[in-house]
Ligand binder design. Structure first.
Ligand code: GLU
Length: 510
């Protein structure tokens, strides 16, 4: 029987989930669904000093908003729980001790001052990257250098210690990354990383490997920033004797700044005024609040499609893929190696496309809620009608209101430059005639309004092009906008007449 695919997204609750993290979650999810496997979420909270309250809830809400479903997680439970590393704490020590017993790891008692002194010594000797490694470890205070009874005494008396991995001095560590191919690293470049900290907590490296093994993870899909740690992880699998069931690795390309120079950061987002978090986030320490994609009006399906294409492509020119299509088309092989530039205009384009795909009723409801916020009452029919009228001009739901406001509110001002150019005696005369003619009608619709205007124009021998913008200015206050006759039909005769009258009174003719 084929082995079941099991992937995991393993965020640390150290702040709001960044867009890169959501992409990692998405690729894991797409792969799991494509392969008929399981998507697991594990909270990696072993570094208590970096814990940020609210971050875990944020992760949960963000994934839910985008539609990334979890088969096993702290919130859904599952057969391999608990899914928070802090709750798995009692289990890690035995694995570290197993390595110590087998001579693959050791106790180290060095104080922070001693570690600093070692680094200083190495720097003075012009060692570029001072490391605790096969050579330096022999000058430090650890269970490889201290007499056995001293080690025992120190452990018994409760001296603070860490457990470090004993990296082999000369070994080629190899891993076959699904995106990058073979990655080879010489063990001499690795340092004896801490596996257990002095507070009894495992480090990321130990906990991550032990849990991936216990949770039967088959594929590790994660950001490129973890590639330097991967050789250490391979060694750990080897040391534990788990090499045969070691997951396959796929390290995703970086998300780059819009100009392609360097990694995308929160500062870039601030500078260019685009969101970088899926949802709004209030920093619990400073109270500072930033909007997310959701609050800026991005639709989850547009956000997902946009994200999927930040590093992956189907190999065709098609760009519109809903979740189901993404699942069907997704392969790890089609993820690129090089970084992907972050292009917010593309996100907007997707949003526009997906907004247009929403049903007329949904668009109406979106507009309706904007109207409510602005204290305007409208029937669902009118809201829907207006939303459909302006949807081609909208990128975000809020644009339905911005573009559609002319249907609900009388102009409070008139565009100065349009008035300068287009408002004149001739226009005022036509508008006045149009207004009087409208008054004689019963109900107006787009067609009768148009016919009426044409009659007035003909009578005065004026071509429509000469006055159209003035009519628009009178009705909407602006020089461009939705179809005028539709505006008249929707606002109705009384309101049209009132607007024309207001314009005639307010605007000066030259
Ligand atoms: N906890 C790590 C992170 O915050 C997980 C890295 C991994 O997927 O191995 O990204």
């Amino acid at each position: 029987m084929e082995q079941e695919v099991r992937v995991r997204f393993a965020p640390s609750p150290t702040g709001p989930l960044h867009i890169g993290g959501v992409r990692t979650a998405l690729y894991n999810f797409l792969f799991a669904r494509k392969m008929g496997g399981k998507m697991i979420l594990r909270i990696e909270d072993t570094d208590q000093t970096r814990f940020v309250p609210g971050a875990e809830e944020y992760i949960q809400e963000a994934l839910k908003w985008c539609g990334i479903e979890l088969d096993e997680s702290p919130w859904t439970g599952g057969p391999h729980g608990p899914y928070r590393q802090s709750e798995r704490k009692p289990d890690y020590m035995q694995y570290a001790l197993q390595l110590v017993e087998e001579g693959k790891a050791y106790y180290a008692f060095d104080t922070p001052e001693e570690l600093d002194a070692m680094r200083e010594r190495l720097k003075a000797a012009r060692v570029a990257t001072p490391q605790y490694n096969a050579i330096t470890r022999m000058q430090m205070k650890n269970s490889l250098t201290l007499p056995e009874d001293e080690v025992k005494a120190r452990l018994e008396s409760g001296d603070p210690y860490v457990i470090r991995i004993k990296i082999p001095r000369k070994e080629e560590v190899r891993l076959n990354d699904m995106i990058r191919g073979w990655v080879m690293v010489h063990s001499a470049t690795l340092d004896d990383k801490v596996l257990m900290k002095s507070d009894g907590m495992p480090t990321y490296h130990l906990a991550n490997i032990v849990d991936d093994h216990l949770m039967k993870i088959t594929h590790v899909i994660r950001g490129e920033e973890w590639l330097p740690s991967a050789p250490l992880h391979v060694l750990l699998y080897e040391y534990f004797g788990w090499k045969d069931s070691m997951p396959r690795f796929a390290h995703l390309p970086l998300l780059l700044k819009p100009d392609g120079n360097g990694k995308l950061s929160k500062r870039d987002a601030e500078k260019h005024g685009f969101p970088i978090f899926p949802l709004e986030w209030t920093d619990p320490a400073t109270g500072e609040k930033v909007d997310g994609f959701r609050e800026e009006g991005y639709l989850p399906e547009a956000f997902l499609n946009f994200l999927a294409f930040l590093g992956w492509s189907p190999g065709t020119n098609d760009e519109m893929f809903n979740l189901e299509e993404l699942i069907n088309t997704f392969t790890i092989e089609r993820i690129g190696k090089s970084g992907t530039k972050f292009d917010i205009d593309k996100a907007k384009w997707y949003n526009q496309q997906y907004l247009r795909k929403r049903s007329d009723e949904e668009l109406g409801q979106m507009l309706q809620s904007q109207l409510k916020q602005n204290g305007i009452e409208a029937t669902p029919e009118t809201a829907t009608r207006v939303a459909v009228e302006v949807k081609e001009r909208a990128v975000f739901p809020a644009d339905l209101w911005k573009e559609g406001a002319v249907f609900f509110v009388r102009p409070t001002a008139y565009d100065e430059s349009v008035a300068q150019k287009k408002w004149n005696e001739e226009a005022a005369n036509i508008i006045s005639g149009f207004k009087d003619a409208l008054k004689t009608l019963g109900q107006v619709n787009a067609e009768t309004a148009k016919n009426t205007l044409n009659e007035v124009l003909e009578k005065n021998n004026v071509k429509i092009g000469r006055v159209m913008q003035a009519v628009r200015l009178a009705l909407t206050g602006a020089g461009s906008g939705p179809d005028l006759m539709n505006i008249i039909e929707i606002v109705g005769k009384e309101e049209t007449v009132a607007r024309l009258e207001q314009a005639l009174q307010t605007l000066q003719t030259k």
